[in-house]
Design a protein around this ligand. Structure first.
Ligand code: DGY
Length: 321
């Protein structure tokens, strides 16, 4: 009988995914969730045909070029793929797959969670409870702002942006979006299209980022753009940290130009700008957008589907190159 191909993962995966890999392949897992240098990744993937990575693994040209020749497919456990040098992968003839679609609901849910946490001052409320200093209801204590009737601006109206729009509408928000072009009729979840980013900013009481990180969108929310937000706007980011210029956002949070922020993603994760920790008007989560058992299992299964397809000589469903 032919030996099964070896598939390697860089991190632990939800149990059902690890069981599937262990049944269908020789499976080597990254059992301590370590960050791999290009050198360590090369050693970890020796002899492998498939590699399953996450958005926390950087596969730049150096890492890709040091992968063993046996590797035919890289599947990333993420919809985002800015951590992979697709040109370098294509030049080596590697197939690269990702996991769009299955994390839409979970990420949209956590966006609403952050909108509510930021506008309702959840960090300060939590701190009061944990300090044991809450002295009972006070009519003027920790007054936040109500989202009903407020204007939500969505930057990037892909699957997640649209799911956020529909959830926000059910909270009574007025929703607008900016995208390179308007979404197809019937797909806008009741949100209005604003052709320019500047136009959207000036009418966003809450601004939520949902665009991919590319060289064009890096630093998209910078000081001049923050200046165009209404005074006291709230900023939410569940997409990618480098979309925001941290110096500009932190200055705006300190001055009150931005009254609060809800962040799930950061530049240079996990080494986020430490000044965020000191700001009471920022609610922080550790990149949990897709972190439900259901969603993370579905992401793993979709990534494995991609590996299965390539190793069986079929075209994968979500192929980036
Ligand atoms: C994604 O899928 O891109 C999420 O951010 C998890 O990495």
């Amino acid at each position: 009988m032919d030996k099964k191909p070896l598939v390697v993962a860089t991190r632990r995966l939800p149990r059902a995914c690890e069981e599937r890999l262990a049944t269908d392949y020789l499976f080597r897992m990254g059992d301590d969730d370590a960050n791999y240098s290009a050198e360590a990744l090369k050693a970890h993937t020796e002899g492998a045909a498939g590699l399953l990575v996450t958005s926390a693994d950087t596969l730049d040209a150096t890492a890709i070029n040091s992968l063993p020749d046996t590797i035919r497919v890289v599947a990333t456990f993420s919809v985002g793929y800015e951590h992979i040098d697709l040109e370098a992968a294509a030049a080596r003839g590697l197939k690269v797959c990702n996991t769009p679609g299955v994390l839409t609901a979970a990420t949209a849910d956590i966006t609403l969670f952050l909108i509510l946490a930021a506008t309702r001052r959840a960090r300060e409320g939590q701190a009061l409870m944990l300090a044991g200093t809450w002295n009972g209801l006070r009519p003027t204590q920790l007054l936040g702002s109500q989202i009903t009737g407020k204007r939500l601006g969505i930057v990037g109206m892909g699957r997640i942006g649209r799911a956020v729009a529909s959830r926000a509408r059910s909270f009574g928000m007025e929703v607008s979006y900016h995208n390179r072009r308007p979404v197809a009729e019937g797909m806008d979840a009741g949100a209005s299209y604003v052709p320019s980013l500047e136009g959207l900013l000036s009418q966003s009481d809450v601004l939520s980022l949902h665009c991919p990180l590319t060289p064009e969108t890096k630093g998209l929310l910078n000081a001049p753009r923050i200046a165009q937000l209404p005074d006291g706007a709230v900023v939410i980011n569940t997409a990618r940290g480098p979309l925001i210029d941290d110096n500009a956002l932190i200055a705006a949070l300190l001055s009150g130009k931005v009254s609060a922020a809800g962040l799930d993603v950061y530049a240079n994760e996990p080494n986020l700008d430490q000044r965020y920790l000191t700001l009471e008007n920022v609610f922080l989560l550790p990149h949990l957008g897709s972190a439900t058992l259901e969603t993370r299992t579905a992401m793993g299964m979709l990534a494995i589907d991609g590996i299965d397809a390539v190793l069986a000589g079929r075209p994968p469903l979500h192929c980036l190159v």
